[in-house]
Design a protein around this ligand. Structure first.
Ligand code: IFM
Length: 444
């Protein structure tokens, strides 16, 4: 597929994304413990019980990593600032942590990269996890304090700030399905986390706006809800999945209301007076981040408790994660967000990518399958723009192979291969293909 930056509007931001815990190395720089350290240390939670203590050692190797972005002609870099690194006990500032991000942002600007910052990409400081994490309303206020502290230092130089990365993962995946830290499987904890994560977003936006900060957004993830059959029961199951995964967060923010089919199950477990928080949650955004990876097939699961959904793998080709490759879903969500929720508000594809069992052979990684995946999703984005969605940028997930949470270091999403024994970086063929597509035609 031959697409280049010239197939997209002038000023469109091409970049790659990472997150702090997945690449930095939490053992360095007086970073505090977070709930992922203890989740990983508990047998059975993470492949080989691996954690992010060393990760890609980005804490020390960041200049070379930023060079990789620049050499691929990227315009932006989406990164996150770890709460546990900036505030190891969840309250007091670690000067070494905040200095690290200060240098990192200056490093981006020196290389012509627009810094797209995410405030919460899942490093809940252990001290706050001890008091209930996202099940505790007080954590939302602590998060606003963290947002203020880091923004006082970086806010004059970042291009955009996202409050939260993927509230569905923070709340449902982590408190109902138990797959991510803190590994709870409890409907009451899930209902509280689903509401509190949006309250934290609202309090953070309110605090940052009060400081005069511009370009505030949130990053939501979306999963295309297909059905196993055309039966009304399976349709209802897919609609409920759509409500839990896709509609809860965007409708909380843009309509100040939660989907009624989800409240049927969660209503009894919601925190008292949650309705009073909706105006705060529903404040104006400056942009919306869309993370998209796959679709899933759903069926009614009779005889099981609410939500009574059985999710099964579909027939399409799959990535190393077992996720179906379905670029049409990205077009669906970009146009749906514009049409049903945000109108002309700028939308960024803040994550899209695939894991693959890449092999380094004779110094080369040939990941043609990732090239095809990437360009198919870029084509879906281009079509969504043609169909009226105001998409302003696309960030590939991820720059580097990294710590894939409960999957440890097994699943490789990077444009750049990382040898986790030596930490050597090797750009894959997909990196070179993207670099060619992004090179500017200078006419020389
Ligand atoms: O690695 C994650 C990232 O942290 C959040 N979005 C999905 C990616 C792939 O699973």
């Amino acid at each position: 597929m031959s697409l280049s930056r010239y197939d997209f509007p002038e000023g469109f931001v091409f970049g790659a994304a990472t997150a702090a815990y997945q690449i930095e190395g939490s053992a360095f720089g007086n970073c505090g413990p977070c709930h992922w350290d203890t989740f990983a240390a508990t047998p059975g939670n993470v492949v080989r019980a691996e954690d992010g203590s060393k990760a890609c050692d980005h804490y020390h190797q960041w200049p070379a990593d930023l060079d990789l972005l620049q050499a691929a002609h990227m315009d932006g870099y989406r990164f996150s600032t770890s709460w546990a690194r900036v505030m190891p006990d969840g309250v007091n500032i670690n000067p070494e942590g905040i200095d690290f991000y200060d240098r990192l942002v200056d490093g981006m600007l020196a290389r012509g990269l627009q810094p797209f910052q995410t405030l919460y990409h899942w490093e809940m400081p252990s001290a706050l996890a001890d008091t209930g994490g996202w099940t505790n309303r007080d954590t939302c206020h602590r998060f606003a304090d963290f947002s203020e502290a880091i923004t006082r230092r970086l806010g004059d130089r970042v291009a955009a700030i996202a409050t939260i990365n993927e509230p569905w993962c923070v709340a449902w995946l982590s408190h109902f399905l138990g797959v991510h830290a803190p590994g709870l499987r409890d409907i009451r904890a899930a209902a509280r986390a689903m509401h509190h994560i949006l309250l934290a977003h609202g309090l953070s936006v309110e605090r940052l706006r009060g400081m005069g900060q511009q370009n505030l957004g949130i990053v939501l993830n979306f999963d295309y809800p297909a059905t196993v059959s055309a039966s009304p029961e399976d349709q209802t199951a897919a609609n409920l999945w759509d409500g839990i995964f896709n509609r809860w967060y965007i409708e909380g923010i843009t309509r100040q209301a939660y989907p009624s089919n989800v409240l049927e199950g969660l209503g009894p477990h919601m925190p008292a007076h949650w309705q009073d928080d909706m105006p705060l949650i529903g404040q104006k955004l400056d942009w919306l981040g869309v993370n998209y990876y796959t679709r899933n097939l759903h069926a009614h699961a009779p005889g099981t408790p609410w939500p009574s959904i059985r999710t099964v793998p579909g027939p399409l080709p799959k990535t190393q994660m077992g996720w179906e490759i379905y670029p049409e879903g990205l077009h669906h969500f970009l146009t749906r967000m514009a049409k049903d929720y945000v109108g002309d508000l700028p939308i960024y594809v803040t994550e899209n990518g695939m894991a693959n069992a890449d092999q380094l052979e004779d110094g080369v990684v040939n990941d043609r399958i990732r090239e095809d995946f990437l360009f198919a999703h870029l084509a879906a984005t281009k079509q969504a723009i043609a169909d009226g969605a105001n998409v302003k940028g696309f960030f590939y997930w991820s720059l580097l192979d990294n710590y894939e949470w409960a999957e440890g270091y097994e699943k490789r999403f990077g444009l750049v291969h990382v040898d986790f024994a030596t930490l050597a970086r090797t750009p894959k063929s997909s990196y070179h293909a993207l670099a060619r597509a992004l090179a500017r035609n200078t006419g020389a």
